[in-house]
Design a protein around this ligand. Structure first.
Ligand code: NAP
Length: 285
C-alpha cells in the first residue's frame, strides 16, 4: 500500500503562510489583487474561477473579474488587456485559455506584462522559468507539483525524475523546476520508445499526458513516487474524473502517489494566490 499524498494539507499550510504575507502587505497599505480575465462563460473556467475567488477570500487578498462577451473583437479585447495590464491595482493576471478561435491568442498573450504573468502565459514568463530567474512565475500546476514534493519532504537532488508529457503548460516547466532542484530529468512524449521501460527507471514519476489511466502497473516499480497531474473524464465512471495514472493498478506497487481528485489539483489556486502575492511584493519592493 502506497502513502497517498493529498493536496489539501499542502494547500492549507500554504494558505496559512499567505494570510501572514497579506497581513504584512496590508499593514503597508497594500492589498494584493488578482485580475481574472475571462471571455465567455465556459463551465470549466467558471469552476476554476470560483475556486480562485474562494482561495483569495481565505487568504484575505482581493480579486477583480474582467468578463468579456464571447464575440468581443480582437481590437476591443487588445484594448481591454492593455487596460488590465496597466491597472495599478492589479498585481497578477489569470487569463483563461484557450480564447475563442476568432481571437489571436498568441498576440494577446504577449500583451500581458511579464511582471503580472502569474500563470506563465507569456514567452517572457516562460523564459524566466527556463533561465532559473526567481522573479518568474511557473504555470500554477507545475508549481503545485513542486509544492507537493516539498511539503511531503521528498528529496529531488540527484533523483531520477521522469516527466511524462512535454506541454508548455505542464511537462516542460515541471522538468525545468525539477532540474533547478538538481533532479536528473528525462522528458517523455508520444514518440518515446519503450515508454513503460523509461517510466520504470524513475524515482519520481510525473504523469501529465491527458490520457485517462494510461500509466499502468508495467510503468512502475516499488519505491517510486508518482505525481499524477491528469484530469480526465473517467471512462469507467461517467460524470467522475480520474488521473493519467491507473490508481487501482499502480497504488499497490509504488511508495507514494497523489490521488485524482484531491491531489495536485487541490493546490493550484493556492499557488495562484501565492504567486500573485509574490508579484505584489516585487512590484512594491
Ligand atoms: P497536452 O498539452 O495535451 O500534452 C500532453 C502531452 O502528453 C504531450 O506532450 C503528448 O506528447 C504527451 N502524450 C499524449 N499521449 C501520449 C502517449 N500515448 N504516450 C506518450 N505521451 C503522450 O496536455 P497538458 O495540458 O500538458 O495536460 C496534461 C494533463 O494534465 C491533462 O490531463 C490535463 O487535464 C491535466 N492538467 C491538470 C491541471 C491541474 O491543475 N491538475 C492543469 C493543467 C493540466 P506529444 O508532445 O508528442 O504530442
Amino acid at each position: 500500500m502506497a502513502e497517498v499524498l493529498k493536496g489539501k494539507p499542502v494547500a492549507d499550510a500554504m494558505k496559512e503562510e499567505l494570510k501572514q504575507k497579506v497581513a504584512a502587505l496590508k499593514e503597508r497599505g497594500i492589498t494584493p489583487t488578482l485580475g481574472i480575465v475571462r471571455v465567455g462563460a465556459r463551465p470549466d473556467d467558471l469552476f476554476y474561477e470560483g475556486g480562485a475567488k474562494k482561495t483569495c477570500d481565505v487568504v484575505d487578498m482581493a480579486y477583480q473579474v474582467f468578463e468579456y462577451p464571447e464575440d468581443i473583437s480582437q481590437e476591443d479585447f487588445e484594448q481591454a488587456i492593455i487596460e488590465v495590464g496597466n491597472n495599478k491595482a492589479i498585481n497578477g493576471i489569470l487569463m483563461f485559455a484557450p480564447l475563442p478561435k476568432h481571437l489571436d491568442e498568441k498576440k494577446i498573450r504577449t500583451m500581458i506584462p511579464v511582471a503580472k504573468d502569474v500563470d506563465c502565459l507569456t514567452l517572457g514568463g516562460a523564459a524566466k522559468i527556463f533561465a532559473d530567474d526567481p522573479t518568474g512565475f511557473p504555470p500554477c500546476t507545475p508549481a503545485a507539483c513542486m509544492d507537493m514534493l516539498h511539503f511531503y519532504n521528498i528529496p529531488i537532488k540527484g533523483k531520477r525524475c521522469v516527466v511524462l508529457g512535454r506541454s508548455l503548460v505542464v511537462g516542460k516547466p515541471v522538468a525545468m523546476l525539477l532540474l533547478r532542484e538538481h533532479g536528473t530529468v528525462t522528458i517523455c512524449h508520444s514518440r518515446t520508445l519503450d515508454l513503460p521501460g523509461v517510466c520504470r527507471e524513475a524515482e519520481i514519476l510525473i504523469a501529465a499526458v491527458g490520457r485517462a489511466k494510461m500509466v499502468k502497473a508495467n510503468f512502475v516499480k516499488p519505491g517510486q513516487i508518482v505525481i499524477d497531474v491528469g484530469i480526465n473524464e473517467d471512462p469507467d465512471r461517467p460524470g467522475k474524473y480520474c488521473g493519467d495514472v491507473d490508481f487501482a493498478e499502480v497504488e499497490p506497487i509504488v511508495e507514494k502517489i497523489t490521488p485524482v481528485p484531491a491531489g495536485v489539483g487541490s493546490v493550484t489556486t493556492a499557488v495562484l494566490c501565492k504567486q500573485t502575492i509574490m508579484a505584489c511584493e516585487l512590484q512594491n519592493a
